[in-house]
Design a protein around this ligand. Structure first.
Ligand code: EPU
Length: 384
């Protein structure tokens, strides 16, 4: 374990902006994690002057905004590695009575993964090993720990659907705990660990994946790619160039084809991280009561809505409101702007400051509040 001082953080996040960490450490083992936390423990001889300095756990930095002034605490970058197929026939909820389980649930393969592994590296591994469950989540930047922490979701799937258990370091008891998925309180971009971020740090995640083909094409954009099963080609209007182009594509929803299709959709909707920074969706899609949703639909009959199985509310597509009602595509403050192809995605061009991002976010929050009376919640975490 080596604690570094005054470490620039910008290049460790996908936003690519912000200042330095006062203290910084890369952690590859649970022991290293414990030692790093001891650095801030009252009573431990050496270590930081300010024992109450905050700790920020960094994964792939794909959902983190670093302030321009940096972070006056300890940033712990989780680099715990390893992908291991542990059990070919994993039984979900081993301690529960099995007669309630279906055959497919019982024949899952358990893959145990270090929290610091790249999320997309894991998805690629699963696809190459014929394991179903993660393919719709292709191309999402970040780590496995971050994926479970924030329950990432896209294209009709969420990480929690495939999680078997999560192992985390408990900072209070100073030991590892293992929670079955049913105890992880997974919700829309939410988990037990996110709600108790100051206490638990995810170290490993186990996924229950399937060898049986289970294509999930519920998401419209994805379904469209495979809809023309009889045809080998479809013609699409390319929004960027406005020229008619013919895209040849595979139409069988195999693991590799679904991954390719998701990656292709993402290339159209997200900025190229090699050119400018982003953390994807900056806000959560708001969840409102059925009454509020009905009033919005009465006013905007073309607005889609999404029922939520896990909550009483209705999910409202913020991108739709920002685009179709407020016409905020490309809306900018300094070097920060709402992406032209997806206004929920906030991009930071080279030279942007975190203050630009914050000001833009506040202005968007204000406009949405004024127009719809909806209070937006940030999905991106501010380091503080
Ligand atoms: N829309 C517009 N105009 C636009 C873009 C979108 O009207 O310019 C409409 C779409 O037609 C659609 C709706 O807005 O009806 C929602 O858009 P989209 O399907 O692109 O998804 P989203 O709800 O904005 C969510 C996730 C993304 C995820 C996509 C795809 C959240 C906060 N975001 O976005 O996740 O990739 O679905 O599944 O739930 C992230 O969390 O960082 C993230 C990128």
């Amino acid at each position: 374990m080596q604690i570094e001082e005054h470490v620039p953080l910008a290049s460790l996040t996908t936003f690519g902006i912000g200042g330095e960490a006062r203290y910084f450490v890369r952690v590859r083992t649970v022991e290293g994690l414990r030692e790093s936390l001891d650095f801030l423990r009252p009573g431990s001889g050496q270590g930081a002057q300010n024992k109450n300095a905050p700790v920020y756990i960094l994964g792939g930095g794909s959902n983190t905004l670093v302030p321009d002034s940096g972070f006056e605490g300890l940033v712990i970058k989780i680099e715990i590695a390893g992908i291991e197929i542990q059990e070919e026939r994993y039984k979900k909820g081993e301690d529960s009575v099995s007669n309630a389980k279906t055959e497919t649930e019982e024949n899952k393969t358990l893959v145990v993964v270090g929290a610091g592994e790249s999320w997309d590296g894991l998805v690629q591994y699963a696809v190459e090993h014929g394991l179903w469950g993660l393919e719709n989540l292709s191309g999402i930047p970040g780590t496995v720990g971050g994926a479970a922490w924030g329950n990432i979701g896209a294209y009709g799937a969420s990480a929690s659907q495939s999680v078997a258990w999560v192992e985390a370091y408990d900072r209070v008891q100073r030991e590892l705990v293992r929670l079955d998925a049913s105890l992880c309180a997974f919700g829309y971009r939410d988990s037990f660990f996110k709600q108790r971020a100051s206490r638990y740090i995810i170290t490993r995640v186990a996924f229950a994946l399937s060898r049986v083909a289970q294509p999930n094409l519920v998401y419209k954009d994805l379904a469209l790619r495979f809809a023309t099963a009889q045809q080998s080609k479809i013609t699409e209007q390319k929004t960027t160039s406005e020229v008619e182009v013919t895209i040849e594509q595979e139409t069988e929803p195999t693991l590799a084809n679904i991954r390719d299709a998701v990656l292709a959709i993402r290339r159209e909707k997200f900025p190229d991280l090699a050119i400018e920074g982003t953390a994807g969706s900056f806000f959560k899609n708001p969840i409102v009561s059925k009454e509020v949703a009905a009033a919005l639909v009465a006013k905007y009959p073309h607005m889609p809505t999404f029922a939520l199985p896990e909550a009483a509310g209705v999910k409202i597509p913020l991108a739709w409101l920002l685009d179709q009602v407020l016409q905020l595509r490309g809306f900018s403050v300094g070097g920060a702007r709402l992406f032209e192809h997806q206004p929920l995605v906030l991009v930071a061009s080279r030279g942007a400051s975190s203050a630009d991002v914050r000001t833009l976010a506040s202005e968007v929050q204000q406009k949405v509040s004024d127009a719809f009376g909806i209070r937006l919640e940030k999905e991106v975490q501010e380091m503080r």
